[in-house]
Design a binder for this molecule. Structure first.
Ligand SMILES: CC(C)(COP(=O)(O)OP(=O)(O)OC[C@H]1O[C@@H](n2cnc3c(N)ncnc32)[C@H](O)[C@@H]1OP(=O)(O)O)[C@@H](O)C(=O)NCCC(=O)NCCS
Length: 159
């Protein structure tokens, strides 16, 4: 796949397939935006599994965010969507999610599923405004502090 293969509705984001050489930049974002980040091995496994893994870059070339979408038959599972910490709150998350949705439509998917921590108010707002509906909870899904686990809210968007 080439860069810009999915023009989508938010043309100003420059997307390219995530490559192994992007992992240093991706992990540096991952480690600053999540208390319990994915490991290098998680990303390598995801790339080897052929998931839709894309990075968005600033004009100067630095990675500003990324997402990973696992496709199973006609359903996409949004495994990770992240924006660099210094750029939070400027609409990049919304733009990136719009690209996920347009990509899923181009792939002919019927729906996108995701999990989100109930404590992640910004992400829940982002997904809600994009039309995702809460469809349930997974108990003790996420690691949290001091051996406590946090539930996940499961959200779904019909395409
Ligand atoms: C979640 C994330 C991707 C959103 O990206 P972002 O660029 O910061 O988000 P945006 O600026 O596009 O704002 C998204 C929405 O959240 C709203 N928002 C901003 N700050 C908020 C807050 N503190 N509480 C609730 N909503 C908030 C915005 O108003 C916006 O709503 P809008 O679509 O009506 O404008 C980003 O914050 C991030 O990388 N967080 C860490 C990783 C993460 O949690 N990923 C999601 C895992 S499920």
């Amino acid at each position: 796949m080439s860069a810009q293969a999915f023009p989508g509705s938010v043309a100003q984001l420059r997307l390219a397939p995530m490559q192994p050489e992007d992992l240093d930049a991706v992990l540096s974002i991952e480690n600053t935006v999540y208390p319990h980040p994915w490991t290098p091995g998680n990303f390598k496994d995801a790339l080897q599994s052929g998931y839709q893994a894309w990075v968005a870059r600033e004009e100067v070339g630095n990675v500003l965010g990324y997402f990973l979408l696992m496709v199973v038959v006609d359903e996409g599972h949004l495994l990770n969507i992240s924006v660099r910490l210094d750029l939070h709150g400027r609409g990049f998350g919304r733009a990136l999610l719009a690209r996920v949705v347009s990509m899923a439509r181009e792939l002919g998917l019927a729906s996108i599923l995701l999990e989100v921590r109930p404590s992640n108010a910004r992400a829940i707002t982002l997904y809600g405004h994009a039309g995702f509906m809460s469809i349930g909870r997974r108990k003790a899904y996420y690691p949290a502090d001091e051996n406590v686990r946090e539930d996940a809210i499961v959200m779904r968007l019909s395409l």
